[in-house]
Design a protein around this ligand. Sequence first.
Ligand code: 5GP
Ligand code: ZN
Length: 136
Amino acid sequence: MDCIFCKIIKGDIPSYKVYEDENVVAFLDISQITKGHTLIVPKKHVKNVYEMDESLASKVFVAVPKIANAIKKTYNPIGLNVINNNEKPHQSVDHFHIHLIPRYSDDNFKINFINRQEQFNPEDYENIRNKIKRNI
Ligand code: 5GP
Ligand code: ZN
C-alpha cells in the first residue's frame, strides 16, 4: 500500500516526530499552517473517521490533550484548533489524522464558521436530530 503516513510511521521516510507510543505517532505537519502545526496519526492504517472502531478512537484521541498541552507550553498560542478532515473536500492523505493547529494573533489562517441559524426553525432542528439519532 502506497501510504505516505504508513511510511512515516515505519521510518521509511523522515519526519519530525514529537511523540510516539504503541498506538500513535505525532509529527510536525510539513506545511506548518502555523508554527507547531502537528499531526496525530494511529499506527494502524485506517482511512478516515468512519473506519475507526471505538477502541482505536480512544487510543488515538487520548493523545490530543497530551500534544495540545505540549504545544501550548512551548509556544503559548492564543488558541488551538483541533481539525480532522474526512473525504471531500479537504482530506488529502487517506490515513486518518488529527491536525493540531496553534493559533497566533497574526497567523492569517481563517476558518469560516457561518451561522445559518435563521434558516432553521425548531421543527427543522427536531427532524435533523431525530434522523441522526436513529442511525446511532
Ligand atoms: P489533510 O489535507 O488530509 O487533512 O492533511 C494532510 C496533511 O499532511 C497536510 O497538511 C500536509 O501538509 C501533510 N503532509 C503531506 N505529506 C506529508 C509528508 O510527507 N510529511 C509530513 N510531515 N506531512 C505531510
Ligand atoms: Zn497509512
